[in-house]
Design a protein around this ligand. Structure first.
Ligand code: NAD
Length: 278
């Protein structure tokens, strides 16, 4: 029913190219926002143990009336739960809070280089995958060096890497590495957290040219690059606006203008140094 196209992951499963993120949304509010998103037509939801809203997300899913196999649910393992056995326990707890028998995608949230446990942790995810309790497994915030090591020391290629990515941080090195290994690129903070990016004159001009909002122009840019996107909003009109991005197309001039916006500007931490919670 959904107008959102799917991408085919490297394990043959389909994932909607646009989903709904719930970072920084308190549990009760997440329940409402996810309900609104599903009602609006979103079929992919991105949460994480550390967001403390898996329970609300699960309640919205249960009440949605949408068949489980039409939804794509992602959650993530927090830094303090890395390590083989701890990861298995953390996954059970996430599944329990979500009230689900399986997730569609389970991610290691950050590599946490100082702890040096992401390879062992990923082996636990491989076990969860083999048991069918996650249909797909992947990583988040892995720099090329972390991904290369994982590929060398484990058997299952991650289906995707969820990284900070927006027009001011275009991540060309990671995207090229992902493409080489059949790993999808998923963009977090795709709208640059709704801060300065949506006021950048180039973004405003491209949006105006197409009779769209800056947020829609940015999401369209991601989709045309091939990224999976998970914009977040708790405002019903914006939830709908962010999904209404399939009726127009950026042209070569627009894409060239966006390409020039890259300034390597991180809004979040550098994964090489982010060891919080470990
Ligand atoms: P985002 O880029 O999606 O921006 C969200 C903010 O932009 C909103 O809070 C709102 O202020 C504004 N906004 C949303 N829609 C708008 C619209 N149509 N017009 C104007 N402003 C609008 O930022 P995000 O929430 O940081 O990222 C999206 C999702 O990515 C998160 O909810 C989470 O699921 C995921 N994420 C993952 C990680 C990770 O480490 N893996 C980190 C951050 C976020």
């Amino acid at each position: 029913m959904s107008q959102v196209p799917s991408i085919t992951l490297n394990n043959g499963l389909e994932m909607p190219q646009l989903g709904f993120g719930v970072w920084q949304v308190p549990d009760d509010e997440a329940e409402k926002a996810v309900a609104t998103a599903i009602e609006s037509g979103y079929r992919s939801i991105d949460t994480a143990a550390i967001y403390e809203n898996e329970a609300g997300t699960g309640r919205a899913i249960a009440a949605s009336g949408v068949a489980r196999d039409e939804l794509f649910v992602t959650t993530k393992l927090w830094n303090g739960d890395q390590g083989h056995d701890a990861a298995l326990r953390a996954f059970d707890a996430s599944l329990d809070r979500l009230g689900l028998d399986y997730v569609d995608l389970y991610l290691i949230h950050w590599p946490v280089p100082a702890a040096d446990r992401y390879v062992d942790t990923y082996k636990a995810l491989e076990k969860i995958l083999a048991e069918g309790r996650a249909k797909s497994i992947g990583v988040s915030n892995f720099l090329p060096e972390h991904l290369e090591r994982l590929l060398g020391e484990t058997s299952v290629v991650p289906v995707l890497n969820q990284i900070e990515l927006h027009p001011q941080l275009q991540q060309s090195e990671s995207r090229a590495l992902h493409a080489k290994h059949g790993i999808a690129t998923e963009a977090w903070s795709p709208l640059g957290q709704g801060k300065g990016l949506l006021d950048v004159p180039t973004v405003v001009a491209v949006a105006q040219k197409h009779g769209r909002t800056p947020a829609q122009a940015v999401l369209r840019w991601h989709l045309q690059l091939g990224n999976v996107v998970i914009p977040k909003s708790v405002t019903p009109s914006r939830i709908a606006e962010n999904l209404d991005v399939f009726g127009f197309e950026l042209d070569a001039d627009d894409l060239a203008a966006f390409a020039a916006l890259d300034e390597g500007k991180r809004l979040g931490p550098n994964p090489a140094e982010f060891n919080v919670g470990a």
